[in-house]
Design a protein around this ligand. Structure first.
Ligand code: ATP
Length: 142
């Protein structure tokens, strides 16, 4: 039987911590990374492992061994520069699948160009989902 996928989630804002917690609850191994020690303390009992690191530092990412994870989610929001640098480094390190949260259209374009496998716009994507559910005849939940 194939081993269960291992996930790393970078950035423990509302989006990143929700993704990390949900994956853990689904039974997957999740490493949470944030440069804030406080964020790491807050999330530590909701994920498998939690480490504090600045992910714009290539050596730090190497030391953590992020390239051994099947999927890495970059959920750094406001600091667009940090999001782009982190994505670029992860791509260079050979992470198999990179999912990145974008702050706006232009940020999303850059992320696509530097090799993000999937770019997510949480508010826009959720807005679309809600709209589609509202017009569907069988509204169960959204
Ligand atoms: P959300 O909307 O999901 O709450 P946000 O868009 O407000 O998130 P931020 O709060 O800017 O996003 O960033 C999310 C997290 O990313 C923060 O906890 C922040 O500490 C972390 N972060 C920012 N830069 C780095 C970095 N260089 N390395 C590691 N973590 C970082």
């Amino acid at each position: 039987m194939a081993a269960r996928k291992q996930f790393a989630v970078i950035g423990m804002g509302r989006f990143g911590s929700s993704v990390a917690g949900a994956l853990t609850n689904l039974g997957f191994e999740v490493l949470a990374i944030d440069k804030s020690e406080q964020k790491i303390q807050e999330i530590s009992d909701q994920v498998t492992h939690a480490v504090s690191a600045d992910t714009t530092d290539e050596d730090a990412l190497r030391a953590i061994g992020v390239r051994n994870f099947d999927v890495v989610v970059v959920a750094i929001g406001a600091d667009i520069q940090a999001s782009i640098l982190t994505t670029l480094i992860l791509k260079d390190l050979g992470v198999p699948r990179l999912i990145v949260k974008a702050q706006n259209e232009l940020h999303g374009k850059v992320l696509n160009k530097i090799g993000a496998d999937k770019v997510i716009f949480p508010e826009r994507d959720m807005g679309l989902r809600v709209a589609h559910h509202l017009i569907s005849p069988n509204i169960l939940d959204y």
